[in-house]
Design a protein around this ligand. Structure first.
Ligand SMILES: Cc1ncc(COP(=O)(O)O)c(C=O)c1O
Length: 482
């Protein structure tokens, strides 16, 4: 028997057909939800679900308080391209500027477009509070012993091993080290396999905190070009590591920050094999792996390595709460060196919080939460892309993230986002200037926007005003809307 499409799927299919037949044209406003609901005798929630499906397919966009509009075809939006990077390693010097940018962007009243933080209302904070109370009552012994006893709580490690089935695992319980955040995880891995003065291969553009870690550990960054869709170039990495001298490779293969790229499996396989053959440890940050936009959870590079060379790091900051400060490392053959660094750096990790997390992961609620969070982040990223293409200068290039919730934007050559940052702050707007994603100060005409908040009229207005600072003006806005 044929399977009938659901009502919302049928409506979405009919509207998609009208778009592809040109009956509804780019920029046209779709009939309102209320009108479609009355005319088609469907519930409002069915119509809203149909609209969401069209949004997910990239066919329409929601504009705050105006309704749904037919989007320009995806191909019409130009994306940034991979850029050539300096040949040799470079010392890093971004920390002072970065601290200023992040502190200024976090001030009350400033539009939250800089730090990659999610809105509180998207996180299961009430459920975590309830678990804290329950765990404190049921497990009083957790706070009764010394900090070095409960280093890696077995119930949490068990949950991580179970979850690792979706990462191409299962990984062995013995590989895990529980950390205070992903930042600590990356720090420990770097300390375990490098010495001051060493060189580390990083993505270009790279997550600024990784560069900051290199800076504070006295390490040099070797920038490897990245494709905005498919991530680090393995060919470039192969050339750059041919003559030795690289102590580690640090990357975010799933949902790079800032590009949002996801490396295809074949690239991951080649990278894992190359680094293993050359004896260069890989430090992989998979914090965005669960926040993919595709149908399947992408595997990390670690899934393609059987030599124990890859240290997989992540945390629950992006999906449960940044304040949990719990992360982990599956350290492979580097486990003893990493565990030693953990002991001398911070001892154990708060056992009460480890237990809360273990119980949350066991509850099954986590998968429902992640399912809806992925869709929400994706929608927010799409709304941000639409707003940027409406308000920024016409030749702006916009990344097409495949995971996460940050958006990389490339302005026309000559627009200096570092220079304009002060003006943006004076207008209570924030962003992270592109040069902070590179040791060599590339990307001065780029910026990163945080899409962790719902795309409210206030956020839309902030992007409109940012667009004006970058020379977008009303004419570009009209052009974008046409
Ligand atoms: C790629 C990446 N790694 C790590 C972090 C920090 O994670 P945590 O809060 O667990 O230290 C972030 C936060 O922006 C990130 O984007």
């Amino acid at each position: 028997m044929a399977i009938e499409p659901l009502r919302y799927e049928k409506l979405a299919g009919e509207l998609a057909g009208m778009i592809s037949d040109g009956i509804l044209k780019q920029g046209d406003r779709l009939p309102s939800v209320r009108r479609l609901s009355q005319e088609r005798r469907l519930s409002v929630s069915t119509v809203v679900q149909a609209m969401r499906q069209l949004e997910e397919r990239g066919l329409v966009e929601a504009r705050p308080q105006s309704g749904y509009f037919v989007r320009p075809p995806a191909m019409a939006r130009r994306e940034p391209e991979a850029r050539a990077t300096p040949d040799g390693p470079m010392p890093v010097d971004i920390s002072q500027r970065l601290v200023h940018v992040l502190q200024a962007g976090a001030k009350p009243g400033v539009a939250p477009l800089s730090a990659a933080l999610p809105a509180n209302e998207l996180l299961p904070i009430a459920a975590l509070h309830r678990l804290y109370a329950g765990v404190a009552r049921r497990h009083p012994h957790l706070l009764e012993t010394g900090s070095h006893v409960h280093m890696d709580l077995p119930p949490l490690v068990r949950q991580l091993v179970r979850r690792s089935l979706a990462w191409g695992g299962p990984l062995a319980a013995e590989e895990f080290v529980i950390t205070n955040s992903c930042t600590e995880a990356l720090n420990l891995c770097l300390r375990a396999v490098t010495r001051p003065g060493d060189t580390v291969a990083v993505e270009s553009p790279a997550y600024y905190l990784m560069l900051q870690l290199l800076e504070t550990l006295g390490l040099k960054a070797l920038e490897i070009p990245c494709d905005p869709r498919t991530g680090m170039s393995v060919e470039a990495l192969e050339l750059a590591t041919r003559n030795g001298g690289v102590a580690a490779c640090l990357l975010v293969a799933n949902g790079s920050n800032p590009l949002g790229s996801v490396m295809p499996d074949e690239r991951k396989r080649r990278l894992a094999a190359l680094m293993a053959a050359r004896g260069i440890p890989v430090i992989e940050d998979d914090i965005y792996g669960d926040l993919h936009f595709g149908d399947e959870r992408p595997w990390p590079v670690k899934a393609f390595d059987d030599s124990g060379n890859v240290m997989l790091c992540a945390s629950f900051s992006k999906c449960l709460s940044p304040s949990l400060r719990i992360g982990f490392i599956a350290a492979g053959r580097h486990k003893p060196a990493v565990a030693l660094q953990k002991t001398i750096t911070s001892g154990g990790t708060n056992p009460l919080t480890q237990m809360v997390l273990a119980e949350y992961l066991e509850s099954g609620a986590v998968d429902r939460h992640l399912h809806s969070l992925r869709r929400t982040y994706r929608r927010q990223v799409e709304s941000m892309q639409a707003a940027v293409s409406r308000y920024f200068p016409a030749s702006t290039r916009i990344a097409q993230p495949q995971a996460g919730y940050v958006l990389w934007v490339e302005l026309p050559e000559g627009i200096d986002t570092t220079q304009l940052h002060g003006r943006a702050l004076r207008e209570r707007l924030s962003y992270v200037p592109g040069e902070l994603f590179s040791a060599s100060g590339m990307y001065r005409n780029c910026l990163r926007l945080n899409c962790g908040n719902p795309h409210t009229p206030e956020i839309d207005d902030a992007i409109r005003r940012l667009g004006r600072i970058f020379g977008g003006g009303e004419s570009a806005a009209k052009e974008g809307r046409a």
